[in-house]
Design a binder for this molecule. Structure first.
Ligand code: NDP
Ligand code: HEM
Length: 501
């Protein structure tokens, strides 16, 4: 057996005894001088950091993006040039559950990717769905509050969820996906990922294109029904962690085909839908997916806390050749994530190894928590402008000007928006079995919610397709009958109170 390294204090001095506290006599008490005991206890008290306010439960791994296609006429980003191979890390997650939540829950899955490119980190912080529940970031905190615990009961509240959704018809598309088969994937290996927002590409001629990113699973889609998931959670709460970790450990590396949809810049004024609306997809027939390459995950992290819990993604992390778009939700997210990281991890969170770019980094930010990295090459260049050869801006990477216009106002984002056609297109894709499971999943989720809310929501499903509302109504009626039968059986058995005269 290899010689064991010496146990040391965190200051590096050897430790004589790690089993017995320092006491006055064998029965104690303990001496304050036992600094090693104090250090162990105080370190333990600081082992937790705030969990992410959303997407707290997650699973991650390292991998590579290999570009096999040629989209160089759309983007100059080096990470997307033919033949490029870029190291990356992925973190998948559920949205609503806390850090210790069970994995096999019906919820949207996060699909966050950090590419360590030679031009800086590019983060694509998407989901396993191409759309989202709201289209204005002003509504995101309200929406998330309905998914988290009720302030008084400390329980999840189906009433709050359906109240919000039924008052927000823009959620219909995502609600339909969430309660379809794809809303409960067996593992993250068996689901697609989407950048979801519209981003922009800029090519070597400084022309702009709008772009959407897709990652198609090469493992095939696999889902649980609600009943199967309940059985899985009864067996293990960590089904996804086990699946992803073990697959990579035994060399069965999960892969996704990366594709983009490209829209010429000026088309954005012509589409019948707002191409910057996160509740809408771009139909494939209008903007066919183009193959870009293969994403493969092939290495497990060695320390979950250091590499996955402290991993920090931000949609604000883009590189030359990739840009933002006028999507309001994206604009809200550009602000929100780095703010969350400064609170959750500390000011210089990007200096942590898992977040650090793998290219030279030079900036003029100064002190604060985690300022352990080196100065700029000349320590006299700690402000700008300076005469000491400090880091200088690079005008060549400036984006072409973006045409925008309009009077500043709070525009009603629900006005003139068709919230029904795209959920209908999805509903029409479902076969009979998929529809049956959709109706059942929705009815199970809505059962017990006050009638006026259920009716308001059924009104929206009706506008998507009469069969949609009808299917859920039938399931709800069946559940009500079953409940009534169970109640009368319990009364007969003397297990339930008699109804008041
Ligand atoms: P297409 O038939 O050209 O594309 C259908 C898309 O839907 C494919 O990407 C497919 O993904 C996906 N899909 C197939 N079955 C399901 C399902 N049961 N649940 C969720 N997604 C599914 O049609 P359109 O592009 O015109 O889109 C029609 C509808 O499909 C949209 O309204 C939207 O709801 C949904 N969709 C569209 C996407 C897009 O970017 N256009 C992306 C994802 C969904 P896969 O190839 O992996 O099976
Ligand atoms: C996590 C905000 C919408 C995907 C987070 C976090 C915040 C946040 C604060 C926690 C970050 C952290 O502590 O590390 C918002 C806001 C949104 C929004 C304000 C809307 C305005 C979205 C959308 C998507 C998305 C539309 C997907 C398309 C994710 C993912 C994570 C996350 C995947 C987890 C990242 C990780 O694995 O660390 N979000 N979010 N979010 N969000 Fe959002």
């Amino acid at each position: 057996m290899a010689e064991r390294p010496t146990l040391t204090t965190s200051a590096g001095a050897p430790v004589a005894d790690n089993q017995n506290a320092l006491t006055a006599g064998p029965r104690g008490p303990i001496l304050l001088q036992d600094y090693q005991l104090i250090e162990k206890l105080t370190h333990q008290n600081r082992e937790r950091i705030p969990e992410r306010p959303v997407h707290a439960k997650g699973w991650g791994a390292y991998g590579t993006l290999t570009v096999t296609g040629d989209i160089s006429k759309y983007t100059k980003a080096k990470v997307l040039q033919p033949g490029a191979k870029t190291p990356m890390i992925a973190r998948f997650s559920t949205v609503a559950g806390e850090l210790g939540a069970a994995d096999a829950e019906r919820d949207v899955r996060g699909f966050a990717l950090k590419f360590y490119t030679e031009e800086g980190n590019w983060d694509l912080v998407g989901n396993n769905t191409p759309v989202f529940f709201v289209r204005d970031p002003y509504k995101f905190p309200d929406f998330i509050h309905t998914q988290k615990r009720h302030p008084r009961t400390n329980l999840r509240s189906p009433t709050a969820m359906w109240d919000f959704w039924s008052l927000s018809p823009e959620s219909l598309h995502q609600v339909t996906i969430l309660f379809s088969d794809r809303g409960l994937p067996q593992t993250v290996r068996h689901m697609n990922g989407y950048g979801s927002h519209t981003f922009s590409f800029i090519n070597a001629q400084n022309e702009r294109f709008w772009v959407k990113f897709h990652f198609k699973t090469l493992q095939g889609h696999k889902h649980w029904t609600n009943a199967e998931a309940a059985e899985v959670v009864g067996r293990t709460r960590e089904s996804t962690q086990e699946d992803l970790f073990n697959a990579i450990e035994k060399g069965d590396f999960p892969r996704w085909k990366m594709q983009v949809q490209i829209m010429p810049e000026l088309d954005a004024d012509r589409t019948p839908y707002n191409p910057f609306d996160l509740t809408k997809v771009w139909p494939h027939a209008d903007y066919p997916p183009i193959d870009v390459g293969i994403l493969e995950l092939n290495r497990n992290p060695d320390n979950y806390f250091a590499e996955i819990e402290q991993l920090a993604f931000a949609p604000s992390n883009i590189v030359p050749g990739i840009g933002f778009s006028p999507d309001k939700m994206l604009q809200g997210r550009i602000f929100s994530y780095a703010d969350a990281h400064r609170y959750r991890l500390g000011t210089h969170y990007e200096a942590l190894p898992v977040n650090a770019p793998r290219c030279p980094v030079h900036h003029y930010h100064k002190d604060g928590p985690m300022r352990f990295f080196a100065n700029n090459p000349d320590p006299d260049a700690y402000y700008e402008p300076n005469s000491f050869n400090g880091p200088a801006q690079k005008p060549e990477v400036a984006e072409p000007p973006l045409r925008i216009s309009g009077d500043a106002a709070r525009y009603d984002h629900r006005e003139g928006n068709d919230d029904y056609s795209q959920p209908r297109a999805l509903f029409m894709l479902f076969d009979e079995g998929q529809r049956r499971r959709l109706f059942l999943n929705l009815a199970e989720a809505m059962f017990g919610v006050p009638d006026f809310i259920v009716e308001r929501q059924l009104g929206h499903f009706e506008k998507v397709h009469p069969d949609y509302a009808e299917g859920i109504r039938k399931e709800l009626a069946r559940m009500t009958e079953a409940k009534a039968a169970e109640w009368s059986h319990r009364q007969e058995m003397g297990e339930a109170p008699q109804a008041a005269e």
